[in-house]
Write a protein that binds this ligand. Structure first.
Ligand code: GLV
Ligand code: GLV
Length: 310
């Protein structure tokens, strides 16, 4: 078995108790050549979003590979069709990271709307200030209209949090959801043109890649705030331009298109809050993600179905 990254404490021990494990015990991803070499002969691979699991990888692993367990809810690093063609099970870690990720989306939303990053940088730079009626004014979230693009587990958890802020919620999904009576389904253009706050929480797929380009961002009302917790759906350069021009009040971005690189245009904007892919980054949740990946591996190697197959 191959584990491509250092895991939360105790998680690796559960695998090592019953399997021969090769572990890349490091916080940095494995270089591609090392990854391909280490995968050879593995029955199971515990992978992260940085490990591209494509035909080349699967061929390098060889015919004994039975499961790739992604340590993420996202699966855009995995060619699921190529896995299926070889009879390899792919799994992810849905559910266990929903609350932490929705909390982080809200942290970003509050930080962007209330200019926390700017305020903190102001103080740390030792700039003069006093309380003043017009100093660093933000956007009022109470009562604002929230649009959720992607009403999956995380989008719904964001909507639940928004209720506590007296926000009204509309959303866009492939289809209206019968179990969301308090939220209004809207076609994408209507969602965008009415959202004072937009949270982008859909997965990155062939359908969503690049969906929010400059033209679609231009549909947002003047002074809106956009929070993205999915890389690749929002055009980052267009987003930065929309903030720079004042069309958007502020924005926040957690996942990045070419991690660990951060798009320079985003970095240049004071009104854009940036976090280094921290959505699921709590002690509790990372433990739960690691354990779910391990449970998937042990289940499949034991001849049982995966718990959370893709
Ligand atoms: C995080 O980015 C995930 O997909 O789990
Ligand atoms: C704020 O600090 C106030 O007292 O108004």
């Amino acid at each position: 078995m191959l584990v491509t990254r250092r895991l939360a404490p105790g998680v690796l021990d559960r695998l090592a108790a019953s399997c021969a494990v090769t572990a890349h015990d490091d916080d940095l991803p494995m270089p591609r050549a090392d990854l391909l070499a280490a995968a050879r002969g593995s029955a199971a691979v515990l992978a992260t979003l940085d490990d591209v699991v494509d035909a080349e990888f699967l061929d390098a692993a060889g015919p004994g590979l039975r499961i790739v367990a992604n340590h993420a809810v996202g699966t855009h690093n995995i060619d699921v069709a190529a896995c299926a063609a070889r009879g390899v099970v792919a799994t992810n870690t849905p559910g266990v990271l929903t609350a932490a990720t929705a909390d982080h989306a809200f942290a970003l939303l509050l930080a962007a709307a209330r200019r926390l990053g700017e305020g903190e940088r102001w103080l740390r730079a030792g700039r003069p200030w006093t309380w003043a009626p017009n100093f660093l004014l933000g956007m009022e979230l109470s009562g604002a209209r929230l649009g959720v693009l992607g009403m999956g587990r995380i989008g719904r958890a964001v909507a639940r949090r928004a209720a506590g802020f007296d926000m009204s919620v509309s959303y866009h999904n492939r289809r209206p959801l019968p179990d969301q009576p308090d939220a209004q389904w809207l076609p994408l253009p209507e969602l965008l043109s009415t959202a004072q706050v937009l949270v982008v929480s859909c997965p990155l797929t062939d359908e969503t890649r690049g969906l929010l380009d400059a033209a679609r961002l231009a549909l947002l009302p003047a002074g809106a705030v956009l929070v993205s917790i999915t890389a690749g759906v929002v055009d980052e350069v267009a987003l930065a331009a929309a903030v720079e021009s004042g069309a958007l009040f502020a924005a926040a971005v957690d996942n990045h298109v070419s991690e660990p690189e951060v798009t320079p245009e985003l970095l240049a904007q004071e009104r854009i809050v940036l976090s280094p892919h921290l959505g699921s980054a709590t002690v509790h949740t990372r433990q739960a993600m690691g354990n779910l990946a391990v449970d998937n591996i042990l289940s499949v190697l034991g001849g049982n179905p995966p718990l959370t197959g893709v």
